[in-house]
Write a protein that binds this ligand. Sequence first.
Ligand SMILES: Cc1cc2nc3c(=O)[nH]c(=O)nc-3n(C[C@H](O)[C@H](O)[C@H](O)COP(=O)(O)O)c2cc1C
Length: 377
Amino acid sequence: MTSNAPLFDPVAIGAFEAPNRIFMAPLTRSRSEAKTNEQTGLHALYYAQRAGAGLIVSEATQISQQGQGYAWTPGIFTEDQVESWKPVTDAVHNAGGRIFCQLWHVGAISHPVFQPDGGKPVSASAWTPEGEAFVGDRHADGPQVPFEEARALRTDEIPSLIEDYRHAARCAAEAGFDGVEVHCANNYLIDQFIRSATNCRSDEYGGSLENRLRLMREIVAAVCEELPADRVGVRLSPQGGPGGTEDENPGETYPAAAKALAGRGLAYLHVIRPNSHTGQGKDEGGDAIVKDMRAAFDGPFIANGNFSPEEAAQWIAEGHADAVTFGRLFLANPDLPERIAQDGPYNEPDEDTFYGGGAEGYTDYSSLEKVDDPLPA
Ligand SMILES: Cc1cc2nc3c(=O)[nH]c(=O)nc-3n(C[C@H](O)[C@H](O)[C@H](O)COP(=O)(O)O)c2cc1C
């Protein structure tokens, strides 16, 4: 049996040192205020319970109203949203943790009910995602309704999109986050530009692979002008995500994306291995792309996707990653590092309470030791 010990070696991640390599993956939980997309006291407790992670990456958080695609997801672009995050980041810090804000624009994975003008969602090109948008109570036929066609962003709209990322990065710093993770994964807006299936543009943001990577490069560069680069991470996923579209050559595209991010002194690159939801990420093909991405990038590398603690320890011991994020395991086990240290036992995640609702399936998973509510009623 592999020892879990490598998971407990401290590791330098950009501007800070993480006391362990058991990181918390970004997890949308859809429990923010419906109209204002602000966080609540419940969020402070949820994240504080998980502050034993070497690093917490927050749930995906929209950078603008245009960037929202799901009901009850948080924002980080209004003053009130910033204020609502402050008790969360304080609670994590008071509990000894570190938290990055995942900056998110969903692109086509949205619906006109979320758009500021009720218009079409935007993307690299016009296309209609497969499946349904989760609109909650914003639509009479909700909570889920079929996606509608997105429109292509005009070239002259891209500077203001980049400005929205800049603004959100500033807001995240003001809200007390230790850094930001630019969400370039899972077929959301930046990934829609990267993937060949959703990018049919003929301007400098489409066509060649270099052009398809341009939006990612420009957004990351802009965010690094707002925050020190060693407080900026990036997440990529060679496959997967909603909408049903993939890149036709992920083995070429995503190592090239990793290379495009090298040489900037970023805090980290965070990669979800292909097909990890189905367990097929353990195929050599999927893992090989991730290993190529690690080789192409020059900073701390975080792997994710259906890892057991034992496999995570093995990847770290063999040098394939510096840390591993756990999603569903951290969701269900607030004190995951302690549990891994003593080889379990682990709570099972309850899929029925992943998205929406209140404390049930959110802050009521048991810890081996109880964490006090940082904001008692
Ligand atoms: C309930 C749920 C919500 C998720 N939300 C996000 C998200 O907000 N941002 C993101 O990049 N990935 C999101 N993911 C993907 C996870 O970060 C992670 O990649 C995935 O769960 C695989 O890791 P795991 O096998 O350790 O759970 C979500 C996954 C789940 C199960």
